[in-house]
Design a protein around this ligand. Structure first.
Ligand code: CDP
Ligand code: CDP
Length: 209
């Protein structure tokens, strides 16, 4: 079984994907971390963020088993990730690794921007997670504060909106809902309620198939 979860930044897709993977006994991959890993490696080595060949070479070396969420969570890394994510050759390299991960037994939940459209178009269930920009910025601000890295709400909001705009506008694999994905708006839902709704949707789709 493969479950595809897409949505804009801080919509709650990662939290949901993790819980769904535990619930169904599946592997989980946050594909955003793979883009972040490429960006972090370039930043660390002082390599340019605008050279597709270099970024693609680094993307070919990303080890999915060694993705460190904490180290990759930096705001600068997310911003740089969305810049290298517009490059077709970077995406080709990462998508290949993501697809290999998805097809490992016993199956997987993947979350990102293009899982339902590009990485796993044949997924057994697809969700597109949404929430208003204000709610998402509030959640991300609270999350940063909880980690002891307080951030300014207005800056977080501007950052999310800039990144979303770049992700939606790019030519290759833009952020968009797959036609057969189910929309889950979590603006007014807590994590538990969002999870229960997702399970309901997924079980309904599975039973129908
Ligand atoms: O956690 P957050 O939603 O802030 O971002 P992320 O999922 O870690 O993704 C960071 C950036 O990677 C996004 O802004 C996208 O530009 C890019 N990305 C992508 O292009 N395709 C994916 N499947 C996942 C992430
Ligand atoms: O993966 P993505 O960037 O879409 O978001 P996330 O990391 O799952 O969630 C961002 C923050 O919002 C986390 O701190 C979650 O605990 C919180 N959240 C929430 O408050 N309510 C939800 N329904 C979903 C997530």
């Amino acid at each position: 079984m493969i479950i595809a979860i897409d949505g804009p930044a801080a919509s709650g897709k990662g939290t949901l994907a993790r819980r769904l993977a535990a619930h169904y006994g599946l592997n989980h991959l946050d594909t955003g971390l793979t883009y972040r890993a490429v960006a972090a490696a370039l930043l660390e080595k002082g390599l340019p963020l605008d050279d597709e060949e270099t970024a693609a070479r680094v993307a070919g070396e990303v080890d999915l088993g060694a993705l460190d969420r904490e180290a990759l969570s930096l705001h600068e890394v997310g911003e740089a990730a969305s810049k290298i994510a517009v490059m077709g050759k970077v995406r080709t390299a990462l998508v290949k690794a993501q697809q290999r991960f998805a097809h490992r037994d016993p199956g997987a939940v993947l979350d990102g921007r293009d899982i339902g459209t590009v990485v796993c178009p044949d997924a057994d269930a697809k969700l597109f997670v949404e929430a208003s920009a204000e709610v998402r910025a509030r959640r991300r601000t609270d999350e940063m504060a909880g980690r002891g890295k307080p951030a300014d709400y207005a800056e977080v909001l501007a950052d999310l909106e800039r990144r979303d705009a770049r992700d939606r506008a790019r030519a290759v694999a833009p952020l968009k809902k797959a036609e057969d994905a189910h929309l889950l708006d979590t603006s007014d839902l807590d994590i538990e309620t969002a999870f229960r709704k997702a399970v309901e949707l997924i079980d309904r789709v599975r039973n129908a198939n």
